[in-house]
Design a protein. Sequence first.
Length: 498
Amino acid sequence: MTEFAVTLARVRLGAGGPLAGVRVAGGRVTHVVPEQGAVRPAGPVADERVVDLDGRVLLPGLWDAHVHLAEWASARRRLDLSGTASAREVADRVRAHGRTASGAGTVLFGYGFRDGLWPDAPDRRVLDAALPDRPVALVSADLHAVWLNSACLALVGRGDHPTGLVREAEGHEVLAALPEVPAGTLDDWVADACRAAAARGVTGVIDFQYGDTAGAWERRSAQAPPAVRVSAAVYPSHLDAAVARGLRTGSGIGAADGLVRVGPLKLFTDGSLNTRTALCRDPYPGLENTDGAHGIEQTAPDELVRLMRRAAAHGIEPAVHAIGDRANTVALDAFEAVRCRGRIEHAQLLSPEDLPRFAELDVTAGVQPRHATDDRDVADRYWAGRTARAFAYADLLAAGARLEFGSDAPVSPLDPWLAVASAVTRTDDDRPAWHPEQRLPVRDALAAAARGRRLIRVGDPADLVVVDVDPLTAGPDALRAMPVHATMTAGRWTHGPY
């Protein structure tokens, strides 16, 4: 990466901040001075310029701390099923798309359906009636279920499946058995998705894409540096290989000037709310006295501890998926047993006694505020009487927990401003705020979207975003559609006119 220096003049230093000048060189912030002061160069560099930002607001660069980048990149090019209210409506979209889209004989992929409140059930026969001759594979919004027609079930060797709706591990197996997008094509899609993320102020992501994520990013970084920093997760099936190679959380991967690094070990305790597989203390309404009444246990507690201990011993921090209250207790118990740093992903339903344990055990809560607004209705139905402790971001902060925002894209769009707006308002439609006591102040939401960074300080990596509207004075609609003027990652412009 070519070294250069730039002074960002007449910029508002943070939300509601004063005018200042900020100098960047060598990928880091070297000076932060009041606007009337002089920014003195630290030494000669190849290229030096002054950019007058005319009073725009300069913020620490934003992160999406939970994405599935390859799936998000693919979903941007596939049939969008978000907002569908029934299996019939999905079938209508599939029928219309199948008539107009090219690719007869290839798999028609769709993403984004939520069946938790549907009046009818997803079934192979519904899709067969809409598009009988072309394989159809539809992934649920929470990524925990796949709905296939008969042609697609036959393609993956499951022609005798009774409904065509496969959940959890079986769903991952089905997707893995479908024809893959060529690696070069997928890499182009991912690079484009990273550029789109940079255009929304994103300077880094944690990529929880299932599979050999580190290997995929080694390949991509050999081609070109990504537009964002990437922390690539490790899955248990690749843990031994990562340990053998000496990979550790935070160590560099490939040749992307340090932009791509090893992330955490991804582990699962349970499923999801929409599939009624999140592991809860209380049974789901309508499922009482069944095997799945309380959800599912994805990883037994002893095995969870074993995997976490092995990873931590080799410098790989765990990131544990936990949605139900029972699952979160199991995850926190495992952290207490292992005594390592790490993350709990989602933390959607929490027992009151578990709230202080995040801070006590130094466990980051990786949360997705858009899920709170997207899932409020299904939570009211299946977690009735318990939603005061669902998506409890204000309570977590009050208990001293560290929050980091993500999207879980493609579960929700890779856009940190949507997360900030949902955290601040607790609604994304015309209804009143859902559990308004859990709303966050704008400053706290911005910090959670920036992995805890609240200030721009000398010595920090030059991961910065320039916005046209001060978030402190922006209304909900302006927050969601925040105009991003420019984005800089490691001192390199990744979006904007410069």
